[in-house]
Design a protein around this ligand. Structure first.
Ligand code: MRU
Length: 341
C-alpha cells in the first residue's frame, strides 16, 4: 500500500496538536508502545488499518499472506492488556485468509478490501460509542457530577468515547454536568488528555491528583464514577488503567455507583476471571522521568489493575446495562455466552 496511517500524536497533547504519518509496522508498534495512539478501542482501530501496511504489490498470494501474518504477529503484542488491539488484528487476518481462499481477485484488490474492512471496523466502534452512550443517559441528570480516571474519550476510541461518550452526548443535549478527572499517574492521561478533550467541548472539568480521589468521594460531591476498560473477563472483572481498582473500593465505601463503559469487543470470554488478564508492565523511566533513579531502587509500574466484578455497579455496552454481580448476573452470563457463539 502506498498510503500510511495518520495519527494524532497524543504524547504531545495538550500543548501541540500534531499528526504523524506511519508507513511501517515497526513505526506503528513503536507509536502504540509510546502511547502516540492509546485507549483499547483506538488501538483496535489503528491495528486494523495498520494490518495493510507493507503488504506487497505482487501476484503471488503466498508472499502477500506471509506479510499479512508477519504484520499480525508484530502488532498483536504491542499493548498486551488492550484486547481490542488483537480483535482488530485477528479480524484482518481472518479476512485475508478468506479473500485468498475465495479464489476471487488478487493481492492488490485484497489489500483494498482490507482497507474497507478496517473502515467498517472503525465505523462499528463509532456506532458502539453512541449506542452505549445512549444506554447511559438514564444515569445522568441536570447538575450531575462524575468522577473519571485516565482517558476513555474520543481520543481513546474511534468515536465519541466510552466513559466520556455519555457526557459528550448529555452536554450536547443541554444537560449541565461537572466532570472530575483523576490526574492518572504516571503518564497523566487525565491532566493532559481528558481535561483537554472535555474543555475544548465546553464541558466543566476539574483535575485532581489521584490521591485526592478518596477525599473527593468522601465529600459528597460525586454522584457517579464512570471508567472505561481495556479487557473485561467473562465473570465481569475489569482491567483498566492503574488506579481504577482503588477508585472502585472507595466508591463502594462511600455508596457511590461505579460504572464501566466499553464496547462489547472489550469483553474477552476466553479470560474466565481477572487473574487471567495479562497486565502490561511499563518501564522504570515512566516514574523516574524528571528525577534520576537512585542506584538499587526498583520500580513496580503495571499499566493496569483489575477491579473485581463485585465492586462494579454495572457494565454498559452497546447492548445495554449489565450487572455481572448480584441478582441480574444471569443476564450478564447469557450476554457473554452470546459473544462466544
Ligand atoms: O495506557 P492507556 O492510556 O492506553 O490506557 C487507557 C485506558 O486504561 C482506558 O481507560 C481504556 O483503554 C478504555 S479507552 C475507551
Amino acid at each position: 500500500m502506498d498510503g500510511g496511517l495518520r495519527l494524532l500524536d497524543q504524547t504531545l497533547l495538550p500543548e501541540v496538536e500534531e499528526y504523524v504519518d506511519l508507513h511501517t509496522i515497526a513505526e506503528v508498534v513503536d507509536a502504540m508502545k509510546r502511547l502516540v495512539v492509546r485507549g483499547a478501542p483506538a488501538l483496535g482501530c489503528a491495528a486494523a488499518y495498520a494490518m495493510v501496511l507493507e503488504l506487497p504489490i505482487t501476484d503471488d498470494a503466498e508472499i502477500w499472506l506471509t506479510q499479512l501474518k508477519k504484520n499480525a504477529r508484530e502488532l498483536e503484542t504491542a499493548r498486551p492488556t488492550a484486547v481490542n488491539l488483537g480483535v482488530g488484528v485477528r479480524l484482518q487476518l481472518q479476512m485475508g485468509h478468506g479473500l485468498m481462499a475465495s479464489g476471487q481477485g488478487d493481492p492488490v484488490t485484497w489489500t483494498e478490501q482490507l482497507v474497507q474492512i478496517a473502515q467498517a471496523f472503525h465505523f462499528a466502534d463509532q456506532e458502539s460509542c453512541v449506542a452505549l452512550s445512549e444506554h447511559a443517559q438514564g444515569l445522568l441528570f441536570d447538575g450531575v457530577s462524575v468522577l473519571t480516571h485516565c482517558n476513555a474519550g474520543a481520543l481513546a476510541t474511534g468515536g465519541i468515547g466510552t466513559a466520556l461518550g455519555p457526557l459528550h452526548l448529555a452536554h450536547s443535549r443541554g444537560v449541565r454536568l461537572k466532570v472530575y478527572a483523576d490526574e492518572t499517574r504516571p503518564l497523566r492521561q487525565g491532566t493532559r488528555l481528558t481535561a483537554w478533550e472535555l474543555a475544548r467541548h465546553g464541558i466543566a472539568v476539574d483535575v485532581l491528583p489521584d490521591s485526592a480521589a478518596a477525599s473527593l468521594l468522601a465529600s459528597g460531591k460525586i454522584d457517579l464514577v464512570f471508567v472505561g476498560a481495556d479487557r473485561i473477563a467473562a465473570n465481569g472483572d475489569v482491567a483498566n488503567k492503574l488506579g481504577t481498582y482503588p477508585l472502585a473500593v472507595l466508591a463502594q465505601r462511600h455508596g457511590i455507583p461505579f460504572y464501566v463503559l466499553a464496547p462489547g469487543n472489550t469483553i474477552d470470554p476466553t479470560c474466565l476471571d481477572g487473574a487471567q488478564i495479562p497486565i502490561e508492565q511499563r518501564s522504570d523511566e515512566e516514574l523516574y522521568d524528571a528525577d534520576p533513579q537512585p542506584k538499587g531502587v526498583g520500580v513496580f509500574n503495571p499499566a493496569f489493575d483489575v477491579t473485581p466484578a463485585e465492586l462494579v455497579s454495572g457494565i454498559i455496552t452497546e447492548q445495554g446495562l449489565f450487572q455481572p454481580h448480584g441478582a441480574h448476573q444471569s443476564l450478564w452470563l447469557e450476554y457473554v455466552e452470546s459473544l462466544n457463539a
